[in-house]
Design a protein. Structure first.
Lengths: 114, 115
């Protein structure tokens, strides 16, 4: 049973518009959530995170929203830029565990068209 | 050198070969990890090392043998692999648990092809 799911394998948006990437989780023990970004031929890099005590965290063009009751989080990118084209992984873990022990989703490939 | 460095970047090996993947981190972290990413599958955590000690082995076949001589270096020794072991192998490091909001730092990965 996959505990972190990203149901959209791919997403295509126009430059300047909003990109919304979604993630669902099933494990109630997860209380820390992260988004990683991966370019081809590179490892994933951390993008933004949120703990379960918050429902929103913003960092520049990137905002993560958490809906604990629905076990759902989303990443908003506004405005989207061509350089944002990458694979985005959602990850989750209990807060008091090793940072590398997150459970990852399958990833969503974002393409931002000029 | 900065961050997490993995070598080699690409590796093609036969099923009877023995090879090793190397990972080195320059971040002062005390936890290191091996992940496997197969096509169209999520990252799978293979091994966890805290302060050079293996603390987790997620049912990984014995043909994969990790080694952590110190907190900065991690190896994955490969022996008699199968074609289905072909994947991207990622190394990561992080501060040990208890240091607050943290994330893992990944290397660029080794693309392994078993023929």
């Amino acid at each position: 049973d996959q505990q972190v799911k990203q149901n959209s394998p791919s997403l295509s948006v126009q430059e300047g518009r909003i990109s919304i990437l979604n993630c669902d989780y099933t494990n109630s023990m997860f209380d820390y959530f992260l988004w990683y970004k991966k370019y081809p031929a590179e490892g994933p890099t951390f993008l933004i995170s949120i703990s379960s005590i918050k429902d929103k965290n913003e960092d520049g063009r990137f905002t993560v929203f958490l809906n604990k009751s629905a076990k759902h989080l989303s990443l908003h990118i506004v405005p989207s830029q061509p350089g944002d084209s990458a694979v985005y992984f959602c990850a989750a873990r209990p807060y008091n565990t090793n940072a590398g022990k997150s459970t990852f989703g399958d990833g969503t490939t974002l393409t931002v068209k000029p | 050198e900065t961050g997490v460095t993995q070598t080699p970047r690409h590796l093609v090996m036969g099923m009877t070969n023995k090879k090793s993947l190397k990972c080195e981190q320059h971040l002062g972290h005390n936890a290191m990890y091996w992940y496997k990413q197969s096509a169209k599958k999520p990252l799978e955590l293979m091994f966890v090392y805290n302060f050079k000690e293996q603390t987790e082995n997620n049912s990984v076949p014995s043909r994969f043998s990790p080694e952590c001589p110190n907190s900065s270096h991690l190896f994955l020794h490969l022996h008699t692999l199968q074609p289905e072991d072909s994947a991207l192998y990622l190394c990561a490091s992080s501060p040990i648990v208890g240091t607050g909001n943290t994330e893992a730092f990944f290397g660029q990965g080794t693309r392994l092809t078993v023929v």
